[in-house]
Design a protein around this ligand. Structure first.
Ligand code: AMP
Length: 190
C-alpha cells in the first residue's frame, strides 16, 4: 500500500499535485480541507463548528480532524493507498495517523514537502481568492495568519517524519508538469 503525505504551506499546490498523483497511482485523495468544506456546504453541525476556525485561518481541533480521517480510511477499505493532503497539520495528528494506520498493519510510506517561498504563496492565494469563493482566501491578513499557523504548528510535523527517514522535499515553484515529474520520481523511489 502506498500512503503519501503531501505536505506544504497553504498555496503550495498540494491539491493540484494530489489530483495528478491519485490518477497516476490509483490512490484515494483525502483532503481534510475539502472534507471540512463539504461538511460546511451541507451545513452539518461539524461543518458549522469548523467554520469558526476556518474563517480566521486557525486550525480546527485535532480530535475533529482525526475522527474525520479515521472514518474516511475505514470507508475506503479496498484502496490501493491514500494521498493525505492538508493532514497531518500538528504533531498530535501525525502521531494519531501513525497509530490508526498501524492498527491496520499499514504505514505512511513517505512525506513529500512542496517548497514555495512566502511571497509566492501570498500571490497565489490572493489570485485564487478572486475565483475560489473561499472566505479564507479573500483577506490578506487571514492568508498571512494561515502561513504563520503553518510555520508555528505544522512545520514541527516535518521533524517528526524526518526522524523516521521519510522526508522528501520537492521544489513547488515552476511549471505544474515539471513539479509533477519531480514528485513522481520521489514516489517511484519510495
Ligand atoms: P486547506 O484546504 O487545507 O487549506 O484547509 C482549510 C482550513 O481547514 C484550514 O485553514 C483549517 O482551518 C482547516 N483544516 C484543514 N485541514 C486541517 C487539519 N488537518 N487540522 C486542522 N485544521 C484543518
Amino acid at each position: 500500500m502506498l500512503n503519501i503525505v503531501l505536505f506544504g504551506p497553504p498555496g503550495a499546490g498540494k491539491g493540484t499535485q494530489a489530483d495528478k498523483i491519485i490518477e497516476k497511482y490509483n490512490l484515494v485523495h483525502l483532503s481534510t480541507g475539502d472534507i471540512l468544506r463539504s461538511e460546511l456546504a451541507a451545513k452539518t453541525e461539524l461543518g458549522l463548528e469548523a467554520k469558526r476556525f476556518m474563517d480566521k485561518g486557525e486550525l480546527v481541533p485535532d480530535e475533529v480532524v482525526i475522527g474525520m480521517i479515521e472514518s474516511k480510511i475505514d470507508s475506503n477499505k479496498n484502496a490501493n493507498g491514500f494521498v493525505f493532503d492538508g493532514f497531518p497539520r500538528t504533531t498530535e495528528q501525525a502521531k494519531a495517523l501513525d497509530a490508526l494506520l498501524h492498527r491496520k498493519d499499514i504505514d505512511v510510506t513517505g512525506l513529500i514537502v512542496l517548497e514555495v517561498d512566502h511571497d509566492e504563496l501570498v500571490k497565489r492565494l490572493v489570485d485564487r481568492g478572486k475565483g475560489s469563493g473561499r472566505e479564507d482566501d479573500k483577506d490578506v491578513s487571514i492568508i498571512e495568519n494561515r502561513i504563520q499557523v503553518y510555520e508555528k504548528k505544522t512545520i514541527p510535523v516535518v521533524e517528526y517524519y524526518k526522524s523516521q527517514g521519510k522526508y522528501n522535499p520537492v521544489n513547488g515553484v515552476g511549471d505544474i508538469e515539471d513539479i509533477f515529474t519531480n514528485v513522481c520520481s520521489v514516489i517511484d523511489k519510495l
